[in-house]
Design a protein around this ligand. Structure first.
Ligand SMILES: *[C@@H]1O[C@H](CO)[C@@H](O)[C@H](O)[C@H]1NC(C)=O
Ligand SMILES: *[C@@H]1O[C@H](CO)[C@@H](O)[C@H](O)[C@H]1NC(C)=O
Ligand SMILES: *[C@@H]1O[C@H](CO)[C@@H](O)[C@H](O)[C@H]1NC(C)=O
Length: 391
């Protein structure tokens, strides 16, 4: 921190001293080389569906806002359109977060399908082409959140989502979920008998995502692949060594593909099995620390047991609103972050409010963007000087 003040004045001297010459080498190349790396010294800030606490979920605007606010990873759910395009969308139906009901031309598209054993009625993404999906506009899921952005943004594709991360001025990871793979593979067919999982991995590979956790390639383009379906994770582990996270649902919900109970998939035996395929688990936070009458109970040993298997733990979902905060936290989201980071010791947090998690971490374990900036400046200066030496 102490050295920051010095750097701008050094630069100023250079600027004044050489004002007659163009000072900066090709900016685009400089930018790529000096991109601030992914921070790896503190738990990951995972922007759940973008900054969806502020802006409608899974839209380009929500993701760009999350990057602006300090996200380490932008998180998304991948589903498919009727014509096989991979899209960023959470629900298998469009009803809750788009204006589909206002589109008379789609009135006959309402269907009822069995989705993982539950008869579900609505307008399904798998009954719309990408072009049709693009004609819809996204809206805020919760009525108590800002409604001013409703009707302004489109659904985006997986590829558009990846481009947002790759275009960021610092290294921003992605955290895509293979969503409802059993249902998608039942309803959508791809040429050559390809499965949803094949298309998913193919897309990541096309954009240069490769390498195991913390490898040089991975740090350049970090990604965690997540799924609730162990079959999908095991299947794709044969195609890519990119790190994977096994999501774990509420204690009452069996796995969608293998019909295994919560108790089975959180047993030591299962953690020992799945660790061959994944680098971590993503449990619903109220199963890690059970809740009764909106008060936290004694924490389970799930985090300790996962860590003993060398598995990271990235619980979901942290939300600032008092409606979601347990009474122990006195309606203060920072107290909740403090509890999960410093007492429970998680390795990443899915949050609807990237900005508040980022501020909390900057106060408590700063990576100091100022230091990053100043080292970037120093590199620029060194390059400038070396240019002059050559002449
Ligand atoms: C779903 O609806 C169909 C048709 O009405 C019915 O036959 C089936 O039993 C229902 N399935 C479930 C899981 O409720
Ligand atoms: C793994 O990939 C290889 C080569 O593509 C294939 O032959 C094999 O059947 C796959 N194994 C599984 C378990 O999917
Ligand atoms: C899933 O497992 C439960 C409990 O063992 C069983 O009752 C149920 O029939 C199974 N469902 C399917 C679809 O196999």
């Amino acid at each position: 921190m102490a050295s920051i003040g010095v750097v701008p004045s050094m630069l100023l001297l250079l600027l004044v001293g050489c004002s007659a010459r163009p000072l900066y080498p090709l900016p685009s190349k400089m930018e790529n080389k000096n991109r601030q790396p992914l921070q790896t010294s503190r738990p990951y800030n995972v922007a759940h569906r973008g900054s969806n606490g502020e802006i409608p979920e899974e839209t380009a605007a929500a993701y760009m806002r999350a990057i602006e606010e300090g996200a380490d990873f932008i998180e998304t759910d991948i589903l498919a359109s009727k014509d096989g395009a991979l899209i960023c969308f959470h629900d298998v139906t469009l009803d809750d977060t788009t204006d589909v009901e206002e589109h008379k031309e789609f009135a006959d598209r309402k269907r009822t399908y069995d989705v993982q054993g539950v008869n579900t009625t609505g307008y399904f993404t798998v009954d719309f082409t990408l072009k049709e999906l693009k004609s819809l506009r996204v809206k805020q899921r919760y009525s108590f959140r800002d409604q001013q952005f409703n009707g302004r943004f489109q659904i985006i594709t997986f590829e558009e989502f990846i481009s947002i991360a790759l275009d960021a001025t610092r290294v921003v990871g992605i955290y895509p979920e293979i969503k409802n793979p059993v249902f998608i593979n039942q309803r959508v067919k791809w040429p050559g008998g390809k499965r949803f999982e094949d298309k998913f991995v193919e897309t990541l590979k096309n954009y240069g995502y490769k390498g195991s956790y913390m490898s040089k390639d991975w740090l350049k383009q970090p990604v965690f692949i997540q799924s609730f379906a162990p079959t999908s994770l095991i299947y794709i582990s044969n195609q890519t060594d990119l790190p994977k996270i096994f999501l774990i649902d509420d204690v009452t919900i069996p796995t969608q593909d293998t019909n295994q109970s919560y108790w089975e998939i959180t047993s030591d035996a299962y953690l020992n099995f799945i660790k061959e395929y994944v680098v971590g688990i993503g449990p619903w936070k109220d199963t890690v620390v059970p809740v009764e009458n909106n008060y936290l109970q004694t924490p389970t040993d799930l985090v300790a047991r996962a860590h003993a298997c060398n598995l990271q733990v990235h619980p979901y979902t942290y939300r600032d609103e008092s409606l979601f905060l347990h009474y122990n936290f006195n309606q203060d989201p920072y107290t909740e972050y403090d509890y999960w980071i410093n007492k429970i010791g998680v390795d990443g947090l899915f949050t609807d409010f990237t900005g508040s998690l980022h501020k909390f971490q900057q106060w408590n374990s700063p990576i100091s963007p100022d230091d990053e900036d100043s080292s970037a400046l120093l590199r620029k200066i060194a390059l400038l000087i070396s240019n002059y030496k050559k002449k």
